[in-house]
Design a protein around this ligand. Structure first.
Ligand code: UD1
Ligand code: CA
Length: 451
C-alpha cells in the first residue's frame, strides 16, 4: 500500500490579545522555542507531507520562524481575522491541490506530538471524512465542547454559544482536525458565521459532515498534549508540562539530575553520556553538553557547546557563542560570550571572557577581564596555548597574547605580547607616610575613608 499524502495547515494568524503583549502569540517561547516551532516540528514531515502556515498581516517575525524550521513550507496571510475556518481558507490554493489527508493544527498548542498527528489520520484510511482530536479538560471553560450521541460525534459547540447543560461537558475540542483531503474544501466552504462572535468557526465542519451523510469521529488524547495557550498563565502551565517531559527524557537518556524539578532545559538541549547537572541550573536554547561534563549549581547557559569532561560553575554564565574544549574548567562568577576556549583552559574565578579565543591549557587568573568594548565597537582578544594570565589583568582588545606568554597580575595589557614573553604592565606603587592620620581625619568628619 502506498503511503497517503498529507497537507498540514497550521493556523497562526491570531493576534493573541489575551497575552497582552506586542509579540505575536505564536512566538512566545516554551522551553526556549516559539510555540509555533513546536507545532511545526511535530507536524508530518518528509516527501508527501506538505506544510502551510497561515500568518497574520505584518507578522514578518512569524514568517522568519517558519523559514528557520521548515523552509519548504508555504505561508499564507490572513488579512482579516474572521475565525478559524476563514483562516484555513487563506490556504485554499494549497488545499485545492488535494492531498489525501488535510490536517489542521493551531500554532498555540505546542505540546502536541508527531504520534498524535498519525493517530488522527488513521480513521481517514477507514473512510471517515473528519477526525477531531478531543480531550477531557479538568476545567473546560473556553474550549469548544464535543456533542456526542452515543459514540457518534454530532457537533462542536463553542463555549460562548453553549447552553448551561452543554457547558457541563468536559470532552473538548483540542483544535486539531484531520479531513479527507478531497472533500475538505467542499466542507469548509459551507461554514457560515451565525454565532455570537460572527466568526467562521472551523468546528462547524462537524455538523456539516453529518448533514452530508459522512462520518466524523473523535480521537482522544491527554489534556497535557493539547493545552491551548491564550494567556500568560496557560503559557506558564505549558512550560511546566514541557519541562517535566524534558527532564524525564534527560533522565531516561542517562543524565544525572540531582534535583530535576530545579533544572530548566530547552527543547533542543543535547547530552552526551555521564553528564551531571546539579540543582538550580538554567539551560536556554542551542546548548550541547558532551560526555562527562558537570554543570554545577546556579549556572546559566545559552547557545554554547560544552566539551567532554568539563566543569562549569557554580554560578557560571555561558552566553551565546561559547565553545568549551574538552577538560576546560569554568569556575564561579565567570561570564563568557562569543569565546572559544580550547581543551584544558581554566578560568576558575570572577572573569569576563568575551569575543575571545584561548589556546589549549592556558590558565586565566581570577578577575581577568577581556575589555572587548571601547564604547564604539567590539574587539577581539586572542590568547595562545599554555599561557598564563595573572589575576586581575585587563586585556584591552584588540590584542594578541602569544603561546606560552606570562602576564603579571594586575596588568593592563594594551599591546600584543609575543610567544613566551613576560609582560607586566602596571603603575609603580608609591609608599608615603600619613595613612593613619588620613583615616583619623576622615572619621572625625564622619566619612568613611576612601581607598
Ligand atoms: C479554538 C477552538 C475551540 C478549541 C480550542 C482549543 C474554534 C472556533 N475554536 O478556540 O473549539 O477548544 O481552540 O485550543 O476553532 N486563528 C487564526 N485566524 C483567526 C482566528 C484564529 O489564524 O481568524 C488561529 C490563532 O492564531 C490560533 C488558533 O487559530 O492559533 C486558534 O484560535 P483561538 O482564537 O486561540 O481559538 P480558541 O478560542 O482557543
Ligand atoms: Ca487558543
Amino acid at each position: 500500500m502506498t503511503a497517503r499524502s498529507s497537507l498540514t495547515v497550521v493556523l497562526a494568524a491570531g493576534e493573541g490579545t489575551r497575552m497582552r503583549s506586542s509579540v505575536p502569540k505564536v512566538l512566545h517561547p516554551v522551553a526556549g522555542q516559539p510555540l509555533l516551532v513546536h507545532v511545526l516540528q511535530a507536524a508530518p514531515n518528509g516527501t508527501d507531507a506538505a506544510l502551510a502556515v497561515v500568518i497574520g498581516p505584518n507578522h514578518e517575525a512569524v514568517e522568519q520562524a517558519v523559514r528557520r524550521v521548515r523552509p519548504e513550507a508555504t505561508t499564507f496571510v490572513q488579512r482579516d481575522r474572521l475565525g478559524t475556518a476563514h483562516a484555513v481558507l487563506a490556504a485554499r490554493e494549497a488545499i485545492a491541490r488535494g492531498a489525501d489527508d488535510l490536517l489542521v493544527a493551531f500554532g498555540d498548542t505546542p505540546l502536541i506530538s508527531a504520534r498524535t498527528f498519525e493517530r488522527l489520520r488513521a480513521p481517514l484510511k477507514n473512510g471517515a471524512a473528519l477526525a477531531v482530536l478531543g480531550f477531557r479538560a479538568a476545567d473546560p471553560t473556553g474550549y469548544g465542547r464535543l456533542l456526542m450521541e452515543g459514540d457518534r460525534l454530532v457537533a462542536i459547540r463553542e463555549h460562548a454559544d453553549a447552553s448551561p447543560e452543554e457547558r457541563k461537558i468536559t470532552l473538548c475540542n483540542a483544535g486539531v482536525m484531520a479531513f479527507d483531503g478531497r472533500k475538505a474544501l467542499e466542507i469548509i466552504d459551507r461554514i457560515g458565521n451565525a454565532n455570537s462572535k460572527r466568526e467562521y468557526y472551523l468546528v462547524d465542519a462537524v455538523s456539516i459532515v453529518r448533514n452530508l451523510g459522512l462520518e466524523a469521529v473523535v480521537i482522544e488524547t491527554s489534556e497535557d498534549e493539547v493545552r491551548g495557550i491564550n494567556d500568560k498563565a496557560q503559557l506558564a502551565e505549558a512550560e511546566g508540562v514541557m519541562q517535566a517531559r524534558l527532564r524525564k527524557a534527560a533522565l531516561d537518556a542517562g543524565v544525572t539530575l540531582i534535583a530535576p524539578e530545579t533544572v530548566f532545559l530547552a527543547a533542543d538541549t543535547t547530552f552526551g553520556k555521564d553528564v551531571t547537572i546539579e540543582p538550580f541550573v538554567v539551560i536556554g536554547p542551542g546548548v550541547s553538553i558532551s560526555d562527562g561534563a558537570v554543570i554545577h549549581s546556579f549556572s546559566h547557559i545559552v547557545q554554547a557547546s560544552i566539551g567532554k569532561n568539563t566543569s562549569v560553575g557554580p554560578y557560571a554564565r555561558l552566553r551565546p557563542g561559547t565553545s568549551l574544549g574538552d577538560g576546560a574548567r569554568i569556575g564561579n562568577f565567570v561570564e563568557t560570550k562569543a569565546a572559544t576556549l580550547q581543551a584544558g583552559v581554566k578560568v576558575n574565578h570572577l572573569s569576563y571572557i568575551g569575543d575571545a579565543e584561548i589556546g589549549a591549557n592556558t590558565n586565566i587568573g581570577a578577575g581577568t577581564i577581556t575589555c572587548n568594548y571601547d564604547g564604539f565597537s567590539k574587539h577581539k582578544t586572542t590568547i595562545g596555548k599554555n599561557a598564563f594570565i595573572g589575576t586581575n589583568s585587563s586585556l584591552v582588545a584588540p590584542v594578541n597574547i602569544g603561546d606560552g606568554a606570562y602576564v603579571g597580575s594586575g596588568s593592563v595589557i594594551t599591546k600584543d605580547v609575543p610567544d613566551d614573553a613576560l609582560a607586566v604592565e602596571r603603575s609603580p606603587q608609591t609608599i608615603r607616610e600619613g595613612g593613619a592620620a588620613r583615616i583619623r581625619e576622615m572619621k572625625t568628619r564622619g566619612k568613611k575613608p576612601k581607598a
